[in-house]
Structure formats: structure tokens, C-alpha cells
Write a protein that binds this ligand. Structure first.
Ligand code: B1M
Length: 214
């Protein structure tokens, strides 16, 4: 890890400046130098996003700056994706993922998706700001065994409960295991709303999701 501090800092800086075009070769440079993909994700990309998050909170940067940083993050994550996923795995099953109604945040969801795909599970991504009934309809039509719901706002985490209630109303609650996550979500909240699993990060989400296909 110490060997890569310089390149990790460079990637973090590029992310914070929203340099989507320059960040891809920088990530590739780190990979070529032998850095582990998970370390690039954690110590360069997430580290940069955390710095931007702190500045956003203190009103030192605003929505446009955060948006361009987010775009760079997604580009960099795409570059890492094939390195995080294990090549040549036959999918063991399907999962559905989305960010709930009213919520536009997709970086965490994208990482969770990527890590779950890395476990050999095919993931259908419904995107962000997903209508509750549309999610239920998709669960009805699909043979997905797991539904992953992401929420980043205290005002939208209640939509995770809405989805679980709507699945029960539509008599399909038992068709899927519902996993919830996102920064404001906790184990006790997950228990209260009747979710099947809560995990704090993308790596543990992938482990727990994979266990549902055992
Ligand atoms: Co938003 N935003 N944002 N934002 N934003 C936060 C979340 C906030 C904490 C910033 C702050 O004030 N400090 C705050 C929420 C406060 C609260 O509710 N408690 C906030 C706010 C207020 C807002 C707006 C309301 C701002 C405004 O307009 N005034 C607005 C809301 C828009 C909306 O959704 N309706 C808004 C908008 C935006 C942008 C569009 C500018 C942009 C999103 C761009 C995008 O996603 N494409 C944005 C961003 C980027 C952030 C911060 C800076 C970073 C979020 C992020 O991507 N983190 C964030 C501050 C922060 O988190 N420090 C903030 C990196 C990502 C990898 O982490 O998503 O937590 P995260 O995912 C983790 C885990 O949570 C977990 O795994 C991931 C990786 O380990 N995880 C799961 C996530 N989903 C999971 C699902 C699982 C399991 C684990 O199972 C299913």
C-alpha cells in the first residue's frame, strides 16, 4: 500500500477535481504498477469521495462540483470493474438493484452492483429514483432471488419500507430476499422495516447476497 501512496493521491486529486478523462489512465497506471483493485477503490477513489463529501457538508463545494466528482468516480469504477469481477464465472442467479424513490445517489449502488457481479450473480439495475410500484412489478416479472435497495438520504430511507410493504401487499414478499443499505441506514432500521439483510458496505453486501444463493 505504501508503494502506491503517490498514485493513490493523484487519483484522489483527479476525482476531487472531477477530471473524468484523466482519471481513467491514472487508474490504469495504478493497476499496471501492481496495486490491488480493492485498494485503488478504497484508498484512492473512496478516499477522494470522502474528502468531497466533507467539503460539501461544510459548504466549501456545491452540487455542480460534487456532480462532476461523481461522474469521475463512476468512470474510474467502470475501469476497475473487470478487475474486481472474477472472470469466466457462470452466473449463479439473478438480483435486482436500485436506489429508492426520491433519491438520485447512485455511486454506492453502482459499487454494490459491481461487487455482487464479482460474486457471479447477474444484476439488473433499475437505476435511481425508482418508483415503488415499478420495483414491485419488476420483482413479479423477474426470477431474481434478491432485491437490493440503496438510500442515501434520511428523507428517502423510508421508501425502503414502502417497497417492503408494497411487496407484501402484492403477495410477493416471499419471492425475494430484500437487502437494504446506504449511509443513513442501520441494522436496527433494517430490523424495524422487516428487511432480510443490512450491510454497511459494498463488499459485505456482496458476501451476504452470495450467501442467499447457497
Ligand atoms: Co448528496 N447528500 N445530496 N449528492 N451526497 C449526501 C448523501 C449528504 C450526506 C451530504 C451532506 O450533507 N453531508 C446529504 C444527506 C443528508 C441526509 O439525508 N442525512 C446529501 C444531500 C442533503 C443531498 C441533496 C439534498 C443536496 C441538495 O440538493 N441540497 C441532494 C439530493 C438529491 C436527491 O437524491 N434527490 C443531493 C445531491 C447529490 C449529488 C447529485 C450532487 C451527488 C450524487 C451524484 C451521484 O450519486 N451520481 C451527491 C453526492 C455525491 C453526495 C455525497 C458527497 C457522496 C455520496 C457518495 O456517493 N458516497 C454525500 C456525502 C457523503 O456521503 N460523504 C451526499 C460514496 C459512496 C461510495 O458511498 O453511497 O454511502 P455510499 O455507499 C456505500 C455504503 O453506503 C454502502 O456501500 C457503499 C460502498 O461501500 N451502500 C450499500 C450503499 N448502498 C447500499 C446498498 C446495500 C448495501 C450497502 O444493500 C442493498
Amino acid at each position: 500500500m505504501a508503494d502506491y501512496i503517490e498514485i493513490f493521491n493523484e487519483i484522489s486529486e483527479l476525482l476531487q477535481k472531477g477530471k473524468a478523462r484523466d482519471i481513467v489512465p491514472a487508474v490504469q497506471k495504478a493497476l499496471d504498477a501492481g496495486a490491488r483493485p480493492a485498494d485503488i477503490l478504497e484508498n484512492a477513489l473512496m478516499a477522494g469521495m470522502n474528502i468531497i463529501g466533507g467539503k460539501f457538508k461544510r459548504n466549501e463545494v456545491f452540487v455542480p462540483e460534487v456532480l462532476i466528482a461523481a461522474r469521475a468516480m463512476n468512470k474510474a469504477a467502470e475501469t476497475l470493474k473487470p478487475h474486481l469481477a472474477k472472470a469466466g464465472i457462470t452466473p449463479v442467479g439473478k438480483a435486482i438493484i436500485c436506489t429508492v424513490k426520491g433519491d438520485q445517489h447512485d455511486i454506492g449502488k453502482n459499487l454494490v452492483k459491481m461487487m455482487i457481479e464479482g460474486k457471479g450473480i447477474e444484476v439488473e439495475d433499475l437505476g435511481v429514483d425508482c418508483d415503488t410500484q415499478a420495483i414491485v412489478n419488476r420483482v413479479k416479472e423477474s426470477d431474481a432471488k434478491v432485491l437490493c435497495l440503496s438510500a442515501l438520504l434520511t428523507t428517502t430511507m423510508s421508501a425502503q419500507k414502502d417497497v417492503i410493504d408494497a411487496l407484501a401487499d402484492a403477495n410477493v414478499r416471499d419471492k425475494v430476499k430484500v437487502m437494504v443499505g446506504g449511509a443513513p441506514v442501520t441494522q436496527s432500521f433494517a430490523d424495524t422495516i422487516g428487511a432480510d439483510a443490512y450491510t454497511p458496505d459494498a463488499a459485505s453486501a456482496a458476501d451476504v447476497c452470495r450467501a442467499f444463493y447457497a
